[in-house]
Design a protein around this ligand. Structure first.
Ligand SMILES: Cc1ncc(COP(=O)(O)O)c(C=O)c1O
Length: 376
């Protein structure tokens, strides 16, 4: 297989574990193992204590699948397939469901594998550009016009990385109706679901809206458990899941046994797990509101409607300068604070991704501001 480098991952490979503050992470501050285990209900505590480190069921632990299915109205355990993170799910989905001659529409700027894996599988991809001057919003009418007879999938990540875009309830319904009418799979990357700024804006999950629609989920982001590498596809389209299961035999075969039980514990205690994440994100967002008001000379933003990332623009005449790449490089060398330039999204050189899911964000933001004060 030939596939372009994953630019964001290459950038992280260079910096993520070499810096003091990752101010561009998309995950929420990971749980400490002991704190998570303290949440275990009696059944999962016993499963943890007695766990044998053998192979696990290829489709995922039955209790874990049932718990994941419980996140979706009207879905059952057999409508869920567990993967090593959302990334493996993306890989298996696009390598089994589409190929040469197929066309996809994918929101952009965005998570590169959502379009790169499809391209590598031979499909043609149209990027649906989110426009900053429209508040990065999803333009369903424009998206509809890019549908072709060969369009097989519309891929929307919402809440969106990196912009924080979240369609309105009306836009989401309209998109679902458009896809259903055209016989197209709606692939909803919902890895930031439950991190809506206003909980009333939480959308129905993609898988709930149509029998061939697919929800992509993971424990990495809103559940703050990226190290477990537990992700999933949820859909009532069982033949689609079956094809993914058969490819998974060639990737990881099955999930990590400890991760499955830890994931089960987290999902059963999801009210507490999600509340912690929502609190971290809300407190950081309040600090960012003040920061962007104070530092409009350097950076301007569209306030996210959900998720844990924002995509501010550099003010070329200000202390950050005109090049995101150059600014990020100066910043990290001088302060140990890592921002992500928009070049890693193939989206010009004028924006940076800023993550607000980490508990060191206040300190990192202070260092960023001091750096701007000193002239950038
Ligand atoms: C939109 C989106 N989808 C999927 C993923 C993959 O998640 P994971 O790395 O946990 O597999 C990410 C990770 O950043 C993401 O931002």
């Amino acid at each position: 297989m030939r596939i372009a480098d994953f630019a964001l991952e290459r950038y992280f490979a260079r910096w993520e574990f070499a810096v003091e503050h990752v101010l561009c992470g998309s995950d929420v501050e990971g749980w400490r193992m002991a704190d998570l285990l303290a949440l275990a209900d009696p059944e999962s505590a016993a499963l943890w204590a007695d766990l044998k480190l053998g192979y696990t069921e290829s489709t995922g632990h039955p209790l874990l699948r049932a718990e994941i299915a419980g996140l979706y109205e009207g879905l059952e355990a057999d409508d869920v397939l567990v993967f090593a993170g959302a990334e493996e799910a993306v890989f298996c989905l696009f390598n089994t469901a589409i190929g040469p001659g197929d066309h996809l529409i994918v929101t952009w700027p965005g998570y590169q594998s959502l379009y790169e894996v499809a391209r590598a599988a031979g499909a043609e991809v149209s990027l649906h550009a989110l426009l900053e001057h429209d508040g990065w919003s999803l333009d369903v009418e424009r998206l509809r016009r890019s549908i072709r007879p060969t369009t097989r999938m519309v891929v929307v990540n919402a809440p969106h990385n990196p912009t924080g875009m979240l369609p309105t309830q009306a836009e989401w319904q309209e998109l679902a109706t458009t896809c259903a009418d055209a016989g197209i799979h709606l692939i909803a990357d919902e890895v930031y679901r439950y991190l809506e700024v206003d909980a009333a804006d939480r959308l129905a999950a993609g898988a709930e809206l149509g029998p061939s629609f697919v929800s992509l989920g993971v424990l990495s982001k809103s559940f703050a458990l990226a190290g477990l590498r537990i992700g999933w596809l949820a859909t009532r389209d069982r033949p689609l899941l079956d094809r993914c299961t058969r490819l998974k035999d060639y990737t990881t075969i099955c999930s990590s046994a400890p991760s499955e039980i830890l994931g089960l514990i987290a999902l059963r205690a999801r009210d507490q797990v999600l509340a912690r994440s929502q609190e971290i994100v809300a407190a950081n967002l309040a600090l960012l509101d003040d920061f962007f008001e104070r530092r409009a000379d350097a950076l301007t933003w569209v306030r996210p409607r959900g998720g844990s990332t924002a995509f501010p623009r550099l003010v070329p005449s200000g202390p950050a300068g005109a090049s995101a790449e150059a600014f990020c490089s100066r910043l990290v060398e001088a302060t140990g604070v890592l921002l992500l330039p928009s070049t890693t999204f193939g989206f010009g050189d004028g924006h940076v991704r800023l993550g607000f899911g980490r508990t060191d964000m206040p300190e990192a933001l202070g260092k960023l501001e001091a750096f701007l004060d000193a002239g950038g």
